[in-house]
Each structure stands twice: as structure tokens, then as C-alpha cells.
Design a protein around this ligand. Structure first.
Ligand code: FO1
Length: 317
């Protein structure tokens, strides 16, 4: 069993590569749920859905989120009532939120709903929310404290990020299936997701770090920063305004004490010795994932790299 820790689009691409590279059922993806929010009375779980649609092969290939070829009739009808839509929900995507909201209201845990929905879509991989409890990312900016999707989608990540808060995290419990999978995994792969707002909440969920410390297999991260820039989204700006170096070194420091190996892009080859001085094993390869073949190729390389670290990790315990 391999475990991936994943956030939005970058995490979903990595998960798809791993799913393609592994025998069916051999992958568990632990997903960030701190981006979740309510809209039109519905619970939206963007990262869970992005991973789910991508692993089902139905994700929108351009945006990376939402369903390929989806229509926007419901949003257009909502706009007719004078409410300007700011979050682009497709009609097929609405179905996911309607069923999720109904099942949550009936008391079904998010993890069980996710299992049902992803099973119905024929996904062989286990998708586990980091927790069944409510956690929400809030972003401190010069304009005040913003809800995550207001910052991310509503205001197009235009505000400087001065701080990040995960409300509800102290009392949240990491999902037991995630903890067990991490402990027993042959390897844990931290996907090239935003280390602060995508991977950050997963690591901050009580119980998660302890299980990573206890993991039998190596923990390997793939850098979301390539050549000093983020592959997607506001990770670079966020690292800078929060006082971190915008480089693979800055990301490695955030994961200090947690990872055994770090996968960086060919563009960052010169920084490999500095990472090795931090005690990390380093794989330098092409990390920018294009289509499905590319995702599988990177996943295979990451798995081979993790495999090479397994013996070392056993030896140092
Ligand atoms: N991201 C956008 O930038 N604009 C959108 O209108 C938008 C809609 C959306 C709908 C469903 C969904 O599952 C994701 C959606 N996303 C959208 C992506 C999402 O906001 C982010 O990818 C994550 O929250 C960050 O990881």
C-alpha cells in the first residue's frame, strides 16, 4: 500500500499517476478538507472532488477541477435571481454537492460519503478526507481575515497572505484509516500541492505527524516549487509573504524532520547538494506533469526512489 497526501489539482495529478503505476487498490489518498465551505446551502469539498474526478478520469482537463464538459445551467438560473455567481459550479458537480449535503445532514461521516461517491464512479483507490470534523482555512491579509475560497476564487489570490489559520484543527481528529494507512504504507508520497494551505492542514491535523513519525516506509515529498516559481496557484507569493525562501530549500525546511527524500525538478539540480546537507536523499527529474503518461512516468520514478530509501529508513530506526 502506498499513501499520498494531496490537496487540489497538483495533488490530484500525482494521485492519478500513482493510481496508474500501482495495482488497483494499492493506493490510499489522504486529502485536505480545510478548503471546504458552504454555498447555496450545499457543502462543497473542492479538493476531495478534484481528486475524485481526476481519479475517475472525468476531471475538466483545462481547469483541473470540476467535471469535463460540464454545463452551467444551474448557475445561470441562480444568476437570473440577481445573485452574481463567483464560484463556478457545473451542473454535474452540483449533483455531488447535493448528495454530499443530504448524506451529511443524515449524520453520515464525510469519509463514508466519499467512499460511496468514489465507489460509484468506479475508482479503485481509497480516498480518505484528512478528518471527518470541520476545519476551515482562514487567510489573514491587509484587507482583514478572509475565508479561504473568498481569498482564492473570489479575490483571485490578489491579497498578500500575512498569516494562515486552520479553525477547528485543535479539536479535529485525523481519520483513523488515514493514520493506519500512513503507519503501514510501503511509502508515503507528499504530492506537489501547496505546502501551506493544501498539505499544511493535513500535517496540522492532530495525530497525523505522529503517524508519519511512526511510518514503516519512507516519506517522500515532490516539490511544488520549480525554478523558484509555483507550478500552479499562489504558493510562491504565499511562501514569500510568510517569510519562507521561495525555492526547493524553503519547501524542504517546511517539511524538515518529516521527510526522508525530496523530489526536485531538473531546473533545481544545483540545489541538490544543499538539500543533501539537510540530510535528505534527493531525486532530480522532470517534475512538471503534463498528461496522463507524464503523471505515470513521474509516479513510477517517485516509487522507485522511495523503494531505494526503504532499506535506509529501516537501518536508521
Ligand atoms: N477555482 C477557481 O479558481 N475558480 C472557480 O470558480 C472554482 C470553482 C470550483 C468548483 C468546484 C471545485 O471542486 C473546485 C473549484 N475551484 C475553482 C478550485 C478550488 O477552489 C481550488 O482548487 C482549491 O480549493 C484549492 O486547492
Amino acid at each position: 500500500m502506498i499513501v499520498a497526501l494531496a490537496g487540489g489539482v497538483g495533488g490530484a495529478k500525482m494521485a492519478q499517476g500513482l493510481q496508474a503505476a500501482l495495482p488497483p487498490g494499492d493506493l490510499t489518498v489522504v486529502v485536505n478538507t480545510a478548503d471546504d465551505f458552504d454555498l447555496y446551502g450545499l457543502r462543497i469539498s473542492p479538493d476531495l472532488d478534484t481528486v475524485m474526478y481526476t481519479l475517475a478520469g472525468i476531471a475538466d482537463p483545462v481547469n483541473g477541477w470540476g467535471v469535463a464538459g460540464d454545463t452551467r445551467n444551474t448557475l445561470a438560473a441562480i444568476a437570473r435571481y440577481g445573485q452574481e455567481p463567483w464560484f463556478s459550479l457545473g451542473d454535474q458537480d452540483f449533483a455531488t454537492h447535493i448528495l454530499r449535503t443530504e448524506r451529511l445532514a443524515a449524520g453520515t461521516p464525510l469519509s463514508a460519503i466519499t467512499r460511496e461517491l468514489s465507489g460509484a464512479l468506479g475508482i479503485p483507490t481509497r480516498i480518505v478526507p484528512m478528518t471527518d470534523d470541520r476545519v476551515a482555512t482562514l487567510i489573514d491579509t491587509p484587507a482583514g481575515r478572509l475565508e479561504f475560497q473568498d481569498y482564492f476564487v473570489g479575490r483571485r489570490q490578489s491579497d498578500d497572505v500575512l498569516g494562515v489559520v486552520f479553525t477547528g484543527i485543535e479539536s479535529a481528529k485525523a481519520h483513523p484509516d488515514a493514520l493506519a494507512a500512513i503507519r503501514e504504507a510501503a511509502a508515503v508520497v507528499i504530492a506537489p500541492s501547496n505546502p501551506i494551505v493544501s498539505v499544511g492542514p493535513i500535517l496540522a491535523t492532530p495525530g497525523m505527524r505522529e503517524s508519519l513519525d511512526d511510518a514503516t516506509g519512507p516519506v517522500v515529498a515532490v516539490s511544488p516549487i520549480v525554478g523558484g516559481r509555483a507550478l500552479k496557484g499562489p504558493a510562491a507569493e504565499m511562501l514569500a509573504t510568510l517569510g519562507h525562501e521561495v525555492s526547493v530549500l524553503g519547501v524542504a525546511r517546511l517539511y524538515d524532520g518529516l521527510i526522508d527524500g525530496f523530489v526536485i525538478d531538473d531546473l533545481d539540480r544545483d540545489l541538490a547538494p544543499a538539500l543533501e546537507l539537510m540530510g535528505l536523499r534527493v531525486l532530480v527529474t522532470a517534475t512538471v506533469m503534463g498528461g496522463e503518461d507524464d503523471r505515470r512516468r513521474l509516479a513510477t520514478e517517485v516509487l522507485d526512489f522511495a523503494g531505494s530509501l526503504t532499506l535506509e529508513r529501516t537501518a536508521t530506526r
